[in-house]
Every structure is written in C-alpha cells, then in structure tokens.
Design a protein around this ligand. Sequence first.
Ligand code: SF4
Length: 217
Amino acid sequence: MRTLGPGRRLGVWLQGCGLACAGCMSRHTWDPLGGSDRTVSSLLVLWRAALAAGADGLTVSGGEPLDQPAGLDALLTGAAWIRAEALASGEGTARHAADLLLYTGYEDAEIERDPARAAAVRHADTLVTGRFRAAEPTALVWRGSANQRMRPRTELGRARYAPHLDRRDDGPRLQVHMVEGENDVRLYGVPRRGELGALEKRLARAGMRLRGPSWRP
Ligand code: SF4
C-alpha cells in the first residue's frame, strides 16, 4: 500500500467505529462485529515479513483503532520490538527504519485524558488525529479534512514526516486493489472531495455499477 504514509507500507485496519463521521468513506468498518478475527501475533507475522521485504512502514487505521486499545497497544508494541530486532540484524531495508503511523478519529485531548488510549499510542511514531469533517476539505497529504492533525511523536516520526506536514498532495490519493476470488474492490487512501462520486460516474459511463459502496448509508 502506498497511499497512507511514506513509501511502501503494510496496512492494518481495525474493525469498529462509534464516531460516525458524516461522509465517512469506510462505513463498512463501523460495526464492531464485522470484519474478520485476527490475532495480534498473526498480524506481527505479516509485519515481520513486510520488513524482510523492505517495507517503509506500518499504517494502522480503521474503523477506530483506539476503540480496541489493548489490542492496538499489543500490536504497536510488538511491531516496534520486531522493527528493533530487524534493524539490529540488518534485515529489511538498510535505508532507514520503518515507521509506525496511526490514524484515529479521536482528538489529541481525547487520547491524552484516557489512560488506555494514551498507553496504546505510545509506540506510534506519528499520529493523524481528529474526526473527518466533509465540510472542511484539504489538499494536505494523508489527511481527509483540514481539521485533522498530523503529529510526529518520536525522533523517527519527526525525521520522516516533517517534510510532509505542510505538503500538498499532487499525486494519486487512492490505490485500487482487487482480491482474487472476491467480488470486492478495495480503495486505499484518502480521496479528494468529490473523487468517490466522480469515480462512480466514470464507472457507470463504462457500464459498471458499484454494489454497496462503503461510503453510502
Ligand atoms: S472517518 Fe474514521 S473516525 Fe470517522 S466514522 Fe469513519 S472510520 Fe470512524
């Protein structure tokens, strides 16, 4: 995945979100009983393999990852430990350490005043925080609306994300992925305002109709 954070990244989306932002493109992630069960250790196996293949980072999004604070804490703690181990052994990319990026709809104050949420973000190198507000579009890279903050928290996070804090995104913001054997088309990234509607129209002109797009109520 290349559209949520710098470089080639492993993406993990945690199921369940009670924040219900109007205009959310990922309504299919709202139901806490949806998705599929994964153990933290199985995700860490994927992370280890991604590092060995030269991944530039891990992006965790949702849904709302901080609605599962204990699982998220275990995931990021394990990911940081495996990254340190891979660096020490010289495995994976030699160019730089892979960073840990976390998306959350909670505001900074909502994270800081909740001990479980605050603990869960301690290993994230960078956070993108805040509700999605459809009425406040932005061209800033990797953010869905102008109110959302990108906040590096570690030395690695500052080094990797400082050049992007005020950078406007002029490249593709969405990546399309089709899973063999499934009917689903997956979109990774943060669309520009109106981009999803435009995509539906273009597909319709080409004779294709999306069934149950995740941005429709
Ligand atoms: S935009 Fe994010 S925080 Fe808001 S409802 Fe959708 S998944 Fe939840």
